[in-house]
Design a protein around this ligand. Structure first.
Ligand code: ATP
Ligand code: MG
Ligand code: FE
Length: 350
């Protein structure tokens, strides 16, 4: 199927066209620069930027794909989770397109789309696959039996997301927002073994599930250490802190994911979300999966962070599997949990 996907859950306005598992175009326009001075995404600023970027992005995506709007088989859009006012712009645009073109409309889950985007790189997801979703707002391990209908949560972070940990620690180090890519870059000149940091929930004790994560202890430990250094008049070795923090995060994420594959006897691991762009996460996942005999699937970096391709890819899978479309009552769902893959029409009373 030929599917157009729209993403507007945070600060990226993404529009892409996919045919089956082929990515025909992928336009991403980010309002990141406008948020830098606030040190985080400001919802009102983001939604205004989506309004300005949306129509040009749709135009460009269709043009670059070399297709006509009337050829589309479906329109897919992120319905949640995300910032309500930002989601609304994408959902509004998708409804307008679907109504005027007379195509089905699919409201999809942003988190499941971070997993589904992998089909554009490596073809259909083997069933079952374990997915490690690591992004700015989420850190989850899920068992994917069918990306269109059967995604179940194995564990998740009990506090900060991995991306959030990167962003907060970068800020402590005086690196600009967004911190993840900055730490990745700074880490290249550092020694990952120079400092050791707590690996949250390392022995899976307490009331949590074996595949849960915790990153707030790491953040506090770094904050304390940095403060003590500064108070003692010592400088903070930014590259070494970046490298050792990155090592700690990559270690926890990949060891937990590989353990889940082993425990459940699943031979495929998919890693998605913005933190999947991290070089150490990618390298360590590769190394550990190779050792464990697990097939690793990580899309190219540009498909890990937010984009329209992930939405179009999930939309395409939903059409391919004959799943029911959403209806024009589609709303936004800012806290939609992973696994509620798409919005199905509620049976309405007459
Ligand atoms: P969510 O998907 O949970 O709704 P989001 O859409 O804001 O959140 P993504 O766009 O998937 O998140 O990912 C953004 C996060 O990824 C940010 O926290 C950013 O710092 C992090 N990130 C991006 N590139 C890298 C990298 N190279 N290394 C580490 N972190 C990175
Ligand atoms: Mg973003
Ligand atoms: Fe995201």
């Amino acid at each position: 199927p030929l599917v157009l996907g729209i993403e507007s859950s945070c600060d990226e306005t993404g529009v892409a066209v996919v045919r089956g598992h082929d990515l025909l175009s992928n336009v991403v326009s980010s309002s990141l620069d406008e948020h830098v001075r606030y040190g985080g995404v400001v919802p009102e600023v983001a939604s205004r930027a989506h309004l300005e970027a949306m129509v040009p992005a749709v135009d460009r995506a269709v043009r670059e794909a070399g297709v006509a709007l009337r050829d589309l088989d479906a329109v897919a859009v992120t319905a949640g989770p995300g910032l309500a006012s930002a989601l609304m712009v994408g959902v509004g645009a998708a409804k307008a397109l679907a109504v005027t073109l007379g195509t089905p409309l699919y409201g999809v889950n942003h988190l499941d789309a971070h997993i589904a985007v992998d089909v554009l790189e490596h073809g259909p997801l083997p069933e079952p696959t374990i997915a490690l979703l690591v992004s700015g707002g989420h850190t989850s391990l899920a068992l994917v039996r069918d990306i269109t209908s059967d995604v179940s949560l194995l564990g998740e972070t009990l506090d900060d997301a991995a991306g959030e940990a990167f962003d907060k620690i970068a800020r402590l180090l005086g690196l600009p927002y967004p911190g993840g890519p900055m730490i990745d870059r700074a880490a290249a000149d550092g020694d990952p073994t120079s400092l050791t940091w707590p690996r949250g929930l390392a022995n899976a004790r307490g009331g949590h599930r074996p595949y849960d994560f915790s990153f707030s202890g790491l953040k506090s430990a770094v904050a304390r250490w940095v403060r003590e250094r500064r108070e003692a008049g010592l400088d903070v070795p930014v590259a070494d802190v970046a490298a050792s923090v990155q090592e700690a995060i990559a270690d926890v994420l990949t060891s937990r994911a590989v353990q889940a594959c082993r425990d459940l006897g699943v031979a495929h691991l998919q890693v998605g979300g913005g933190v999947a762009a991290n070089s150490r996460v990618r390298a360590l996942a590769e190394q550990r999966c190779a050792t464990a005999g697990i097939e690793l699937r990580v899309p190219r970096r540009g498909l890990c962070t937010d984009n329209g391709a992930m939405v179009a890819a999930l939309g395409s899978e939903l059409v391919r599997k004959g799943r029911p479309a959403s209806d024009l009552w589609l709303g936004t769902d800012p806290s939609r949990p992973i696994g509620e893959v798409h919005v199905v029409p509620a049976p309405r009373e007459r």
